[in-house]
Design a protein around this ligand. Structure first.
Ligand code: UT7
Length: 326
C-alpha cells in the first residue's frame, strides 16, 4: 500500500558526555603549542562548547542512541522499522555501512540499510531519499539518522579547523502518511569545489595514502555557503508554492552563527525564527540539523503542525533544503 506523503513522527538525538568549553579546548591546544582564544572562536563562529566522543565510542554508537530516542518519541518499535539511512562522513569502518551496524545493534534484520555521504548536507540528502522511498511504497517506517565523530578526523595542530567541529547524532522516524509532511526538497552538488573542504586520504595496501585529516579553506566555504543556502531555500519554497512568511522555523546546518545570520537576513527572516545550537554543539556535520531539530522539539520551541525549513551545506560541494510540516 502506498501513501501520498511521508511525515516525521518522532525526533531524537544524542551527544557524547565529554563536553569541552572553548576554555577547555584552548587550554588543551595551548599545551600542544597551538594558539587560539575563546574570544576569537565566539566572535568568528558563535561556538562556545562542543562534545567529543571517547576513543571507544563509534559513529554507530551515537546513531543508535539517537535512533532509540526518535523511535520512543514516535511510539515505534525497532521491529516496525523497514528502512535505515545513516548520513555520515565518519563511519565505523570503510565497509560495511554505519547503517548496517546500526541495524544490527537495534536488533533489526532484513530491511534495507545504507549510508549517504554528502558531508554536512548528508541529512537533507538522506531525508530526501527516504521521502522518495516512502512515497513510492518501498518503505513505511524509516529511520533517518545523521551521526558523526568528526573529532577523529581533526588536525589538532590546525587552529583554523580544530576549534569548529564536534561529535553527536540526531535521528527522525519518517512514516508513510495521508497528510503532507515533507513538502518539497531541493538538492545540489558541484564537484569542482572538492578541494575547499575535504579529507584527502584513502586506504590502500594496508595504509593511508594522503591525509586522513580534515582540511578546509574556511573563507571560500563561507562565501559559497551563504549564496547557495538562500537559493536552495527559495527553490524549495517555490516547489511547494510557499513563501518565506510560511516558515515557522529555519533549521540551518550549524556551522557558523554568521552564516546563519546572513541566510536568515537574505530570506527576510528574524533570528527569532532560527534554531541555533552551534553555540553548544559546534559543527557536527551531518548530525547538526537533526540535533538542532530535536533540540527545538524537546525545548517546546517547535510545535507539531509547524512548517520547517531544513538546510544543509558542506563538502562536495553539496547543498540542499527540505521544507516540511511537522
Ligand atoms: O560544515 C561545512 C561548512 N563549513 C563552514 O560553513 C565553515 C565556513 N567558514 C567559516 O565558518 C569561517 O571562514 C571560519 C570560522 C572557518 C574562519 O573565519 P574567518 O572570519 O573566515 O577567518 P579567516 O579564516 O579569514 O581568518 C582570520 C584570521 C587569520 O589571521 P590573519 O591572517 O588575519 O592574521 C587566521 O589566521 O584569524 C586567524 N585564525 C585564528 N585565530 C585564532 C584562524 N583560526 C583561528 C583560531 N584562533 N582558531
Amino acid at each position: 500500500m502506498t501513501s501520498p506523503y511521508s511525515r516525521i513522527t518522532g525526533t531524537g538525538s544524542y551527544l557524547p558526555p565529554r563536553r569541552l568549553t572553548n576554555a577547555d579546548l584552548v587550554a588543551e591546544l595551548a599545551a600542544k603549542g597551538v594558539e587560539t582564544s575563546d574570544d576569537w572562536i565566539v566572535e568568528r563562529t558563535g561556538i562556545r562548547a562542543r562534545h567529543f566522543a571517547d576513543a571507544d565510542t563509534t559513529c554507530s554508537d551515537l546513531a543508535v542512541h539517537a535512533a532509540r530516542h526518535a523511535m520512543e518519541a514516535a511510539g515505534v518499535q525497532a521491529q516496525d522499522i523497514d528502512l535505515i539511512i545513516v548520513a555520515t562522513s565518519t563511519p565505523d569502518m570503510v565497509f560495511p555501512s554505519a547503517a548496517c551496524i546500526v541495524q544490527n545493534k537495534l536488533g533489526i534484520h532484513g530491511c534495507p540499510a545504507f549510508d549517504v555521504q554528502a558531508v554536512c548536507s548528508g541529512f537533507v540528502y538522506a531525508l530526501t531519499v527516504a521521502d522518495a522511498m516512502v512515497r513510492t511504497g518501498s518503505a513505511r517506517k524509516a529511520l533517518v539518522i545523521g551521526a558523526e565523530v568528526f573529532s577523529r578526523i581533526l588536525d589538532f595542530s590546525d587552529r583554523t579547523t580544530c576549534v569548529l567541529f564536534g561529535d553527536g547524532a540526531g535521528a527522525v522516524v519518517l512514516e508513510a502518511s495521508d497528510t503532507p509532511g515533507i513538502l518539497a526538497s531541493d538538492l545540489h552538488a558541484d564537484g569542482k569545489h572538492v578541494g575547499i573542504l575535504c579529507v584527502p586520504g584513502q586506504v590502500s595496501g594496508g595504509s593511508v595514502v594522503g591525509s586522513p585529516l580534515l582540511t578546509m579553506d574556511g573563507p571560500a566555504v563561507f562565501k559559497l555557503a551563504v549564496g547557495v543556502l538562500e537559493e536552495a531555500a527559495r527553490a524549495a519554497l517555490a516547489k511547494a508554492g510557499k513563501t518565506h512568511d510560511d516558515i515557522d522555523w529555519l533549521i540551518p546546518h550549524q556551522a557558523n552563527i554568521r552564516i546563519m545570520q546572513s541566510t536568515a537576513k537574505r530570506l527576510k527572516m528574524s533570528m527569532d525564527k532560527v534554531i541555533v545550537t552551534v553555540d553548544q554543539h559546534g559543527n557536527t556535520s551531518a548530525a547538526s540539523i537533526p540535533l538542532a531539530l530535536d533540540a527545538g522539539v524537546r525545548s517546546g520551541q517547535i510545535k507539531k503542525g509547524q512548517t520547517l525549513m531544513l538546510e544543509g551545506v558542506g563538502g562536495g560541494f553539496t547543498w540542499g533544503a527540505v521544507l516540511l510540516n511537522l
